[in-house]
Design a protein around this ligand. Structure first.
Ligand code: CAA
Length: 271
């Protein structure tokens, strides 16, 4: 299996890489603001409904590699009426130009793994990631929201896993969280009909932690960020690590993981 580097922090010895500059981010359709412990990443092509290109996903991966150490919360949001209309359909207009030759399986595997890196780092335990979703989140846009720890939806949010309708599978790390959240059978129904899920249903299915009126989205996210930052930083990291492990563990393994993390906490708190 290809190692995508999921969940890894940047090498502590060398520290994070340099942040991409504003021009590189703009080229990728991204904007970044860092305010103390909070990084806000904005998908910033509203005139294209924040459709994402290969550069967007590579830009997201670069942000993951270069996030300053003090950042504890990352908010992902979209400028304009939609969170994201998914892959930029212009990528398909050249008959797959820009994509690797799929007959070279290894090269194609590496190519997709590199793009997935733009999504996998959002699971890293040293940050809590929040998707603030308004309007459409389609295909890759839905998968980006799924890659985050917490989804706050405006009441006009709409999710759609469009890939199978276009002859593709969802391959930007979305199938695992989708199945974890809604179960295999509901995930199958959603993907194989490529139907749109409105905010209310998304909340009922567990695809959203909160739904708020559209005009309250920014305030709701700001309040959530404040609450997340109020928790002890070390305990937050250890607890996220513990919770992410839980679905793959037996009860016995999870009890052992709780002991291990708590011993780490006790050492830090009481020496
Ligand atoms: N790629 C490129 N351009 C897009 C786009 C996309 N995915 N989505 C919207 N745009 C462009 C439109 O072409 C339009 O451009 P013009 O002003 O030049 O005409 C502009 O953005 C505004 O779009 P609309 O007028 O359609 O805006 P709307 O608010 O009425 O509708 C929408 C928004 C429902 C998202 C609609 O634009 C839409 O259905 N877009 C296509 C969504 C799609 O099929 N995405 C692919 C998902 S699959 C995926 O993501 C696959 C993968 O990763 C492998």
């Amino acid at each position: 299996m290809t190692d995508t580097g999921a969940g890894r922090r940047p090498d502590p010895a060398s520290g994070p890489a340099a942040l991409p500059d504003e021009a590189a981010l703009a080229e990728a359709g991204l904007r970044l603001e860092i305010d103390g412990a909070v990084a806000t990443v904005t998908l910033d092509r509203p005139e294209r409904r924040n459709a994402m290109t290969l550069a967007t996903w590579r830009g997201l991966a670069a942000l993951g590699r270069s996030l300053p150490r003090g950042v504890r919360v990352v908010v992902l949001r979209g400028a304009g009426p939609s969170f994201s209309a998914g892959i930029d359909l212009a990528l398909f207009s050249g008959g797959g130009e820009g994509f690797p030759d799929a007959s070279d399986g290894d090269a194609a595997d590496r190519f997709i793994a590199e793009l997935q890196e733009g999504f996998t780092w959002l699971r890293r335990p040293d940050v809590v990631t929040v998707a603030a979703v308004q309007g459409h989140a389609i295909g890759a846009g839905f998968q980006l929201a799924l890659a985050c720890d917490i989804r706050v939806l405006a009441d006009d949010a709409r999710f759609c896993m469009k890939e199978p309708a276009l002859g593709l599978v969802p391959d930007l790390t979305g199938t695992k969280p989708l199945v974890d959240l809604v179960g295999v059978h509901r995930a199958l129904e959603l993907c194989l009909t490529a139907r749109t899920v409105l905010a209310g249903e998304a909340a009922r299915l567990g695809l959203a932690e909160t739904v708020v009126p559209r005009e309250e989205l920014d305030t709701a996210v700001a309040d959530l960020v404040t609450a997340l930052l109020a928790v002890h930083p070390g305990a937050a990291v250890a607890t996220k690590r513990l919770l992410l492990e839980a679905p793959g563990n037996t009860l016995e393994e999870q009890c052992a993981a709780e002991r291990r993390e708590q011993i780490g906490r006790l050492r830090e708190l009481f020496g």
